[in-house]
Design a binder for this molecule. Structure first.
Ligand code: SF4
Length: 118
């Protein structure tokens, strides 16, 4: 379930006006190519979204504190967010701060990163 704050952020996001909102929740039943296409669509829109940073923080905060990980948030898929949290946990020898993890992820996001997500 979304929290109220998550809805508020996404309300200003590009995903709310996209005609293909499914892209943010890739469906494994679509197969490897379909999945890659969905992820690429979402990541490209997120890269131009005015609330990308806030969106990614919310997702990371949710995952760090509640262990729930799904969908693409801030242009980053669940697998990459989990990996970033694991690396930050090792680096800090404890629970990382969502803002630090978000900054690390966004610094590394580039067109190449979008290809890697797909
Ligand atoms: S960053 Fe992406 S998922 Fe987040 S609100 Fe913007 S378009 Fe939606």
């Amino acid at each position: 379930m979304f929290h109220e704050e998550e809805w508020r952020v996404r309300r200003f996001g590009r995903c709310t006006t996209s005609s293909s909102q499914d892209a943010w929740f890739p469906d494994p039943a679509r197969g490897t190519e379909g999945l890659a296409h969905q992820r690429r669509q979402a990541a490209e829109a997120c890269a131009r979204c005015p609330v990308q940073y806030e969106c990614l923080i919310l997702a990371l905060d949710h995952e760090i504190n509640e262990g729930v990980s799904w969908g693409i948030w801030g242009g980053v898929c669940a697998r990459d967010r989990r990996q970033a949290i694991e690396h930050a946990t090792e680096r800090h020898h404890g629970t990382p701060d969502a803002r630090d993890v978000a900054q690390d992820l966004l610094v590394n996001l580039s067109p190449q990163a979008v290809d890697r997500i797909a």
